[in-house]
Design a protein around this ligand. Structure first.
Ligand code: URA
Length: 237
């Protein structure tokens, strides 16, 4: 019968016990057990849901994917590499395949989902799902009541770019909230420029059910709760 399951070293690396090399060392040192029996081969096939796998007697909790909410500070780019510090530099996690789900401009702050769940990220970013994104906006000049209808109608830029309707709510003399259902490059900044104003500060506070945790200072992050993950996954059903 063909061997089934996942390689032991892959499981341990994916579960936060270090790099492939680190975990191979743990295995060679006899510190890893499967159902109480010490195992010394990194390529042993394991069934994480059915077997009791431990490192130094600590149970290995296997999670296929990982999800983090970052309060992005200004000055970091939303990419895995490139010119200047990236949002991934703010995470101290052993998982190799993490990436930001969507982009915020370098000077934009706030909610950014960082995950290694490619299928879920793909769905969240797919235009057909119209996933809502909500931002706090501070403006150079006072908010004008006519912006509400202007933004609600959608906008076509001089270069032909079409921005879908957005909902605006004034919050202060020079501040508002905006809800978008898409995420085109510099969308909010370009819409306000077209309206004769200018965005001086932008912060994302929500994406779908995921609300920025206000206890996170800029640059801090935390794991998503099971409920938050379930809310995002509801898209896939
Ligand atoms: N719109 C912008 O202009 N910038 C962002 O970072 C997000 C939306």
């Amino acid at each position: 019968m063909a061997e089934q399951g996942m390689r032991l070293d892959k499981l341990l690396a994916a579960s936060g016990f270090g790099s492939r090399n680190d975990v191979k060392k743990l295995i060679r040192q006899g510190r890893v057990t499967i159902d109480g029996v010490s195992v010394r081969s990194a390529d042993a096939k394991v069934q994480p849901a059915e077997q009791d796998i431990r490192v130094d007697d600590e149970p290995v909790v296997y999670e296929k994917y990982h999800y983090f909410m970052l309060n992005k500070p200004a000055g970091y780019i939303s990419a895995t590499s490139g010119g200047g510090p990236t949002v991934l530099d703010l995470l101290d996690e052993p998982f190799r395949d993490l990436f930001p789900c969507g982009r915020l401009d370098k000077d934009t702050e706030g909610l950014l989902l960082i995950t290694d769940d490619g299928p879920l990220a793909h769905e969240l970013l797919a235009p057909r799902h119209h996933v809502e994104k909500e931002y706090e906006v501070e403006l150079r000049d006072p908010f004008r009541a006519e912006y509400v209808d202007l933004f609600a109608a959608g906008m076509t830029m001089a270069d032909g770019t079409v921005f879908q309707p957005a909902r605006l709510t004034q919050t202060e003399e020079k501040a508002c909230r905006i809800i978008l259902q898409e995420g085109k490059f510099h969308e909010i900044k370009r819409m306000f420029l077209a309206a004769g104003n200018e965005v001086v500060y932008l912060r994302r506070i929500r994406m779908k059910n995921l609300v920025l945790d206000e206890t996170l200072a800029p640059g801090e992050y935390r794991k998503l709760t099971d409920e938050e993950i379930a809310g995002l996954r509801a898209l896939l059903r």
